[in-house]
Structure formats: C-alpha cells, structure tokens
Design a protein around this ligand. Structure first.
Ligand code: NAD
Length: 499
C-alpha cells in the first residue's frame, strides 16, 4: 500500500525531526553517541522515525535538571503564576491541535478525529489544573497539646511520568498538569511505541515561558530508560500508566528508595445490561468500546453481561453497529485504525483463537483485516464473541484490541457476582431504568468508576483509578492535584509557656 500521507511532512509540521533528541532543561539534547529505537507507522509497518535510546546517564542528567528547576524556580513561584503559565500552555496546545493530532494519529494509528479529541482533552487538563493551582489549601485542627495546628500541602520535588502508547498526549497531560500545578517538576518517559508528541510539548512549554528544567523527556526502552527513572534517587514520586506486569516492577523499584507511587493499570471492565435497559444505548456503548483506539483503552468495556431476556436484541444491535465499521490508516479518519504493533495484533488474534478453542463463537470478524488500503498494517477486524463464560481466558485477560465478549446472566445477583469476579476493577457500566438498582449496584461493584446508562461519561474533573489489580491512587479531578503533594502538619505553642 502506498500511504496517501507523508510522515516526513507530518513530523515537520509538528516541529520535530525524524531522529529527535531527548528534551532536557528547555532544549533538545542528546549525547554525542546514542543508539536509537525505530518508530513504526502501524498503518503500514514502515519505520518513519528513530528516537534516542536513553539510559541511566541521560536519566540522571534530566533528573538533576528537574531537581535544580524545582528548587530554584518552580516551587518558589507563586501558585497563581504557575497556574497562569499552565493555562497559556492549554491555549498553545489548542493552537497546534491539528499538527499534533496528525502526529499522534501517525504514531499510534488512531483515527484523526479521535486524535484531535485527545489534544483537546490534553489542553483541558492544563486549563483545569492551571486554574486549580492556587486553590490548594490545608486545614486547621483543635489539638490536645498544640495551641495552633494546621496542615500545608507541599510538592514532592521531581516526579517521574511513565506513559503508555495508546493516548500519549492525554496520558501525559493527565499526570504532568496536576504535578506541575502543585509545584513539582517532571521527567517523562514515553512508550517506545509512540514516543514523539511528548517531545513536541517541550517546545510549547518553552514558548509559553515555563522555566527550563521544569519539563523533561527521556525517550528509550522501558527496561532501560524507564527502569533507570524509577530507580533514580532524586525522583520522589512516580506515576506509571501501563500494564499490571510492568506496574509491579515499577512498584518494586520505587520501594528501593521509598518513592511514592501512583499506578494506573489495566482493566476488564464489565457492562451490565438489564431487562429494563435502553438496549440501543447499551449497544452503542458496546460498539464504542471497540471503536475508541481500536479497543486499546484501559477502560474499554470488553465484557458485556446481558440479561437473558434481552440478549438477542442487544446482540443484533451490536452486530449491526460493528459490522458496518470502516477500517483504514488513522490519518484517513476511518472508524477504526490499526493496532499499535504486530506484536499487539498477534496477541489479540491469539486471544480470539483461545476464546473459540474454549467454546466461544465468533459472530462478527475474528481475524486480521485485509482489503483495499489496509494490506500492510496491523489491522484487526472488529470482533464480537458470544457464548462467552466468565471463566474463559477472553473474559479474564485484558485484550487491548477491538474484541467484544457477550455473556448472559439471569438475575441481578448473578450479574454482580460475574462483574466482580475479576482480578481487575477499573471501571464498570450499568444499563437499567431502575434507579434503585442502578445505585445499589454502584455501591456493590468493585471498580474505581461506575457509569450509569451511558459509557463513557468520565472527564478531566472526575477522579479515575483502579480497585484491585487495576491500580493504586487516583488521577483526574482535584484528588489528583492533592495526590501530587505531601501533607505537612505544623504544631505551634502560641501562649507563653509557664515553668
Ligand atoms: P507497558 O507496561 O508495556 O509499558 C508502559 C510504559 O512503561 C512504557 O513507557 C514502557 O516503556 C515503560 N516500561 C516498560 N518496562 C519498564 C520498566 N521495567 N520500568 C519502567 N518503565 C517500564 O504498557 P503498554 O503496553 O505501553 O500499555 C498498555 C497497558 O497500559 C494496558 O495494560 C493498559 O490497560 C494500560 N493503560 C492503563 C491506563 C489507565 O489509566 N489505567 C491508561 C492507558 C493504558
């Protein structure tokens, strides 16, 4: 296939080269000798860039720069001024929405309109946390021994942000915006599979006047650059977004120097559809889980638990929605782009194979997608599996691809037990017209978010994070801002001490 777009032009429009350097202390920087990691266009399998492969020395350089900026300029800056700079950054991101969205679409394979939405959400994070920067406050207490007792929230210092490949610009902004608003400085390690937009952000950060060293990016491999960052003694807080397996390694590494850790990990989020549900709305949500990032989303609801009396009605509606989906390179703005890599595609196809071997039936899709314009990339057919039971591998493992599993239940108790019978607990959805049931289940479902009668409904303002193996800590909302601070208690003797 010859792509109808030119990666070189997309990189140039976004202001980066095809062999970008790290971003440290307000400039592009790379040591004289560096190895590089190739970056592929998942729609064609062709390499279009090669980023610098950082290691312990590069991480140390960035951490030292971030530490100096924290002490000398960023933490001492009045919070209102910090917030104003972050709001300027939100505006600059929106100015550059199109070139960054095109780059993000090229890098991740996601449809261009979804990438545009991601840049807008990233801008919203900087606006929201910029506005909140001067609203952090403490409390005062009556205390048995002190005359005056109050708390203040202070930044940690250098914060590490390790992000995945599915939505780099939003994942980055989700952590970087509150971390900076609270007065920390950051070192970012993007995924080697989609590493470029965090480097573009460096330039915008400089342009709006955020001081050098406040924002730094080291590209490279997870096991080398990522591991060096989590182990660095100047890093006092780590936010990791990625797989459970890597999350456990990050937590173990952070324990070595007792850095605080927020983990945003995977999910196997259930949707419960009851006999009184708005079935078309539930079907729309079930299809959306496959469409958004081709199912490569941590909060994708890929287990549809449906009451037996509306099972066939829901299934027909899902099949209708999923069958007509158009696949293509993200930059042609199809319904679904490719998966991020050949490895990811093979993993998804293998899980579909395991599902059928364990007794599930494919009613839509099921294979590698082929056809005009999609012969070379990592395209997977949107797939619907029925006769899935909760003990099957496909119902238990995160799939991270456009695969929906449909399971039946006969009453509320069974639905709840199935929903909670998972190692994960990131998000869940309930479709019912029964108000009491919806809120009863909202209390009983073991997940960090519960959405009622639509999915997804979350946004920058609403706390997000996992129960069980889906993670530790919360991002988004004002809770996230507080999460990038440590609490100090001040205890004072005010009255004159008597002998
Ligand atoms: P991954 O765990 O393979 O990699 C994530 C990041 O960690 C990458 O930047 C990688 O380079 C880095 N890394 C790898 N090994 C490391 C190590 N030893 N030390 C430090 N860093 C290391 O995950 P992925 O494949 O990039 O992303 C997919 C996973 O991310 C899925 O499980 C998905 O559910 C999860 N995810 C979660 C959220 C959320 O908010 N909960 C959002 C998006 C993705």
């Amino acid at each position: 296939m010859s792509a109808s777009y030119q990666p070189a032009e997309i990189l140039a429009d976004a202001g980066v080269s095809d062999s970008p350097s790290h971003w440290v202390d307000g400039r592009s920087w790379v040591p004289e000798k560096t190895s590089r990691v190739d970056v592929e266009d998942p729609a064609t399998g062709r390499v279009f860039a090669a980023v610098a492969a950082g290691g312990p020395d590069e991480v140390d350089f960035a951490a030292v720069a971030a530490h100096a900026a924290y002490h000398n300029v960023w933490a001492p800056m009045p919070p209102a001024r910090r917030g104003a700079l972050l709001q300027l950054l939100a505006g600059r991101l929106l100015d550059e929405q199109e070139p960054i969205a095109r780059l993000e679409s090229l890098d991740t394979g996601k449809p261009l309109s979804q990438a545009r939405g991601d840049v807008a959400v990233a801008a919203r994070y900087f606006a929201y946390f910029g506005e909140a920067a001067d609203k952090l406050s403490g409390e005062t207490f009556w205390a048995e021994r002190a005359d005056l007792s109050y708390t203040v929230r202070e930044p940690y210092g250098v914060v590490a942000q390790i992000i995945p490949w599915n939505s780099p610009i939003t994942q980055l902004a989700r952590g970087v915006a509150p971390a900076l608003a609270a007065g920390n400085t950051v070192v970012v390690k993007p995924s080697e599979l989609a590493p470029i937009s965090p480097l573009v952000l460096g330039r915008l950060i400089r342009e709006v006047g955020i001081p050098d060293g406040v924002y730094n990016v080291i590209t490279g491999l997870g096991d080398i650059a990522g591991a060096a960052l989590t182990a660095h003694p100047l890093v006092r807080q780590i936010t990791f977004t990625g797989s459970v397996q890597t999350g456990k390694r990050v937590l173990a590494s952070s324990a070595e120097h007792l850095a605080h850790c927020t983990l945003e990990l995977g999910g196997k989020s259930p949707t419960l559809v009851f006999d009184d549900a708005d079935v078309p709305a539930a079907a729309r949500a079930a299809a959306a889980a496959l469409i958004r990032n081709a199912g490569q989303s941590c909060s994708a609801t890929t287990r549809i638990l449906v009451h037996e009396s509306v099972h066939d009605q829901l299934l027909d509606a899902v099949i209708t929605r999923v069958s007509g989906l158009k696949l293509g390179p993200g930059l042609t703005d199809p319904d679904l782009g490719p998966l991020v890599s050949e490895r990811q595609l093979n993993r998804v196809l293998q899980l579909i194979g395991t599902a059928t071997a364990e007794g599930a039936r494919i009613v839509v899709g099921g294979g590698r997608a082929e056809g005009e314009g999609i012969v070379d990339g990592y395209f997977c057919e949107p797939t619907v599996l029925v006769d899935v039971t909760n003990d099957m591998t496909v119902a238990r493992q995160e799939i991270f691809g456009p695969v929906q599993s449909v399971l039946r239940f006969s009453d509320e108790e069974e639905a709840l037990a199935m929903a909670n019978d998972s190692a994960y607990g990131l998000s869940s959805a309930v479709f019912t017209r029964d108000f009491a049931r919806a809120h009863r289940l909202a209390r009983l479902l073991q997940s960090g978010q519960v959405h009622i009668n639509e999915y997804p409904l979350d946004s920058v303002e609403t706390p997000f994070g996992g129960y069980k193996e889906s993670g530790i800590g919360r991002e988004k909302g004002l809770q996230a801002l507080a999460g990038y601070t440590q609490l100090k208690t001040v205890l004072a003797r005010v009255a004159a001490a008597s002998d």
